[in-house]
Design a binder for this molecule. Structure first.
Ligand code: SF4
Length: 255
């Protein structure tokens, strides 16, 4: 079966435990204005034109799952030593759950653990295709406010239902919260997320501070980046936000 991919990144950091290879796929059903992978929003291939270097880069190709297996296995010695593996990310990998399941099964046969990085806005049937084949989910929770989820193309009820069903099905779930200025870093937003996740029995969360590393890609794609002038959160703000989450959870913060 074919899978629509954009990139394979070796020695990734921030995509789960240990040394990992991350497979990025094309296509997302959300449109977060802070997204740092704008080249993966569309299913269609795109061209990035970097004006400063004159370089052009094509992004997006459909490949057979078996065709990319050797590339995903290249660093397997490092996976074994570090407790790492392969992470499927995007875009939204769950929109290609069948192909992802086929690839996860091939990797499982090779003894490689797969993690799924998802925003969770698909029907639970898609997760059922992967449960049992993957080592776990890196599950993004962006807000506990239904209207804010709607604004970015998501659905809070669906995210909450999927999270609860994954937990009930004893899947290994890491809840990750992107910290986005003017979206979810005010006290009320944090209190809302804390109360929703505590009610589900979540004990640990990972916080992912906003960064602007994707801004060059917006320029190269000739796309407007709404967060272009948004400053990353200060050390002090991050410490305050962390402290608020720590009143409810064990907290790990990226960076
Ligand atoms: S869910 Fe992730 S990939 Fe999709 S738009 Fe939001 S940040 Fe980007």
């Amino acid at each position: 079966m074919k899978i629509n991919i954009s990139n394979i990144q070796h020695f990734s950091v921030g995509d789960g435990e240990g040394i990992r290879t991350t497979l990025f796929v094309k296509g997302c059903n959300l449109h977060c204005p802070w997204c740092h992978n704008p080249e993966n929003l569309s299913y269609a291939p795109v061209q990035l034109h970097y004006k400063n270097t004159g370089k052009t880069q094509s992004c997006g190709r459909c490949v057979e799952t078996a065709e990319i297996l050797p590339q995903l296995l290249e660093d397997r010695d490092f996976f074994e030593e570090s407790g790492g593996g392969v992470t499927f990310s995007g875009g939204e990998i769950m929109l290609q759950a069948e192909a992802a399941a086929e690839l996860a099964a091939l990797l499982k046969q090779e003894g490689v653990c797969v993690l799924i990085d998802t925003a969770g806005c698909v029907s639970y049937q898609e997760f059922e295709k992967l449960n049992g084949l993957v080592g776990g989910y890196l599950f993004d929770v962006k807000t506990a406010d239904a209207e804010k989820y709607r604004q970015i193309g998501g659905k809070l009820e669906l995210v909450a239902e999927n999270l609860q069903r994954l937990l009930a099905d004893k899947q290994n779930v890491t809840v990750r919260i992107p910290l986005i200025p003017e979206f979810n870093t005010d006290t009320d937003s944090i209190a809302g997320i804390c109360s929703m996740l505590s009610a589900m029995g979540i004990k640990k969360v990972e916080l992912l501070p906003f960064h602007r590393l994707g801004s060059g890609k917006y320029e190269a794609l000739d796309m407007v980046y709404a967060y272009k002038d948004c400053k990353p959160l200060s050390k002090e703000s991050l410490a305050e936000i962390r402290a608020m989450y720590e009143t409810c959870f064990e907290v790990k913060m990226e960076g």
